[in-house]
Design a protein around this ligand. Sequence first.
Ligand code: VTB
Length: 329
Amino acid sequence: MKGFEGTIQHLGLSLAAVCEQAAIASADWIGHGRKNEADGAATEAMRTWLNRMPMRGTVVIGEGELDEAPMLYIGETLGTGFGPRVDIAVDPLEGTALVADGLDNSLSVIALAPEGCLLHAPDTYMEKLAVGPAAVGQIDITAPLLTNLERTAKALGKDMREMTVSIQNRPRHREAIETVRRAGAKVALFQEGDVSCLIATAVPGAVPDLFYSIGGAPEGVVSAAAIRCLGGDMQGRLKPENAEQERRCLLMGVRPDQPLGLSDFVRSNDCLFAATGITDSLLLSGVRRTAAGQWAVHTMLGIGQGQQVYFLKSQKAGLKSPSPNFARA
Ligand code: VTB
């Protein structure tokens, strides 16, 4: 943790506000079949509002590399230039296809930690396993899924038939799905958006007891910050698909297949996590227009130090998001 000055907890509420603005900006695009426009609106709003925060931030997980010239590229510096030095991981629109198709489970998400404390994850797949606070220390990504399921059930004091495992509905997970069902437990399949499903394992009252899936590595780091704030547990392993991706893993200092724990993803308790629902999900309600013409938004804010987690319902005027331009369709 080099060059870190001051604490970051006081940035919590403004971080939540950044997510809210990104979610509101993309909400006009729900159901219009235009992934890029929805993503662009969320990204632009997130960047504008992050730049107003009193911090010296660097994007370590973003929308791409500098040479691809996206907004919120890896290495971009953000904030007013005064305040703590922080690493920023963003996913302005988690579930672009969901928003384009008007489906549930999309979020706007950010994680923040002191400089040098967030894993620089390459844009490859990652195998992920997560549980809530009652099963901390019970998961092992190198062990068979069945072992993880049995140990989690024991820690939760649940019968196998009461256990639910959240898994993304993909052919690559066929064996995992069969393993869980053969063991007598339930599988809650989801189509897209592993961040909300993974985090839900650590939220009291939410359905999944265990999360297992191979999904995006950047999403894994963002999710880990939330799990850290919630006091749950998570492990992962990068799953590069070719030699070029393997090279990128090594460049970022992570051996492919090296088991990663919560403190590898987020190397400090002093982290922040914020997510605002765009469409409804297990975690949060989506953005709504109120009768008074305001925006009603639902945001989760996690403050790692002290493991404080808030679910905030706010009403705001919001940025005027650009109306969908159907002429360009
Ligand atoms: C994963 C997951 C994301 O997209 O990246 C997934 O982490 C992509 O999976 O949450 P496929 O390559 O199998 O489509 C999301 O579900 C949504 O961005």
